[in-house]
Design a protein around this ligand. Structure first.
Ligand code: NAP
Length: 315
């Protein structure tokens, strides 16, 4: 192996975690490659407004924030390639990543592949994402001030996010496919006491309809199999549908190669995985708060630790 062709750091994924890693690695003059399969930004490019990222501009959108992050990365000289990695060999001093377009070699790898909210998978869901359908209450609750909102799911996320939404919405109805919540009892108790919360049991969303924005949905009773249409209040003209039926970490490529818990990659507080020279950052790792700001923090730490690893290797 000609070490000339070996990167110090390869980062997989150009969301906030990966872009921040690339920024830090570039500034540290590491020979860095950032690999992205589709387009920069990860999950936040589906977000219309970002209010909770420190220093965000007025009316900051996911794409506008990501565009500035990308520009900043370019300034510090990380190489970029758009390719899908299909296989990885992470053991040993030189890691090998196999892409559709070519092979990449590095002393360290930062996995920043992210996660995606699990979709319902019904007609209209994709079309109305960002137009009434949301997967992030922290991001989008504000848009539903005094409107009616529906939350899909019955786990901790759904119930906690539903309660958060009651601070904004006039009424929040949880739609759950069974008659019993999965969420922890303590969380359930609070939800049942909340006067703004309502529950639609044994129900699933079969179709989301609208005209520019969501204005109705088809609900199926999972016991009787009957369907009915729920239509927006006439004065409102629309309502929100927040989906919390779990997340899917994008970690498949690393299965059996790095330690995972429920398909999330396990790291220590310095973003080290159990494999020397392999780090992970952002939504793909085990953690509680999945936000842009925490992804960036992880990315900065991972790059700094990768730099330290490379320098120690060379001693
Ligand atoms: P989750 O625990 O996997 O719950 C997913 C919920 O969505 C379940 O109620 C499930 O219904 C429902 N669901 C799944 N697929 C569905 C589908 N296709 N259609 C309709 N409903 C569907 O996911 P989560 O709530 O995101 O939580 C993930 C993990 O994070 C959990 O371990 C949770 O404990 C943890 N968490 C903890 C906290 C906290 O401690 N404060 C907060 C958030 C998350 P069924 O119940 O019928 O399966």
């Amino acid at each position: 192996m000609d070490m000339q062709n070996v990167y110090d750091i390869i980062i997989i994924g150009a969301g906030p975690a990966g872009l921040t890693s690339a920024l830090y690695a570039g500034r540290a003059r590491m020979k860095t490659l950032l690999i992205e399969k589709e387009k920069d930004g990860g999950q936040i490019v589906i977000t219309n407004e970002i209010e909770n990222y420190p220093g965000a501009e007025e009316e900051e959108s996911g794409p506008s924030l990501i565009a500035r992050m990308t520009k900043q990365v370019e300034k510090f000289g990380a190489d970029r390639v758009f390719d899908t990695i299909v296989d990885v060999e992470l053991e040993g001093k030189v890691k090998h990543l196999k892409g559709n377009k070519g092979d990449y070699y590095a002393k360290t790898v930062i996995i920043a592949t992210g996660a995606s909210p699990r979709p319902i998978g019904c007609p209209g869901e994709k079309e109305f994402t960002g137009k009434g359908v949301s997967y992030c209450a922290t991001c989008d609750a504000n848009f539903f001030e005094d409107f009616e909102v529906f939350v899909v799911g019955g786990g901790d996320s759904a119930v906690e996010e539903a309660m958060y939404l009651t601070k904004f919405a006039r009424k929040v109805t949880l739609i759950h496919r069974r008659a019993e919540l999965r969420a922890a009892k303590s969380i359930q108790e609070k939800a049942f006491k909340n006067p703004k919360m309502d529950f639609m049991w044994n129900s699933t969303v079969e179709e989301i309809r609208g005209d520019g924005v969501v204005n109705s949905m088809i609900i199926k009773d999972t016991v009787t199999g009957e369907t009915r249409e729920v239509v927006a209040d006439e004065d409102d003209g629309t309502f929100g549908i927040f989906v919390f039926i779990g997340f899917d970490p994008k970690s498949q490529l690393f299965e059996g190669k790095v330690e995972m818990k429920n398909r999330y990659i396990v790291t220590d507080q310095n973003m080290h995985t159990n494999v020397p020279g392999v780090f992970a950052a952002g939504d793909v790792i085990v953690k509680n708060l999945r936000q842009v700001v925490t992804a960036c923090g992880d990315g900065a730490i991972a790059a700094t630790e990768a730099q330290r690893y490379v320098e120690e290797m060379e001693d």
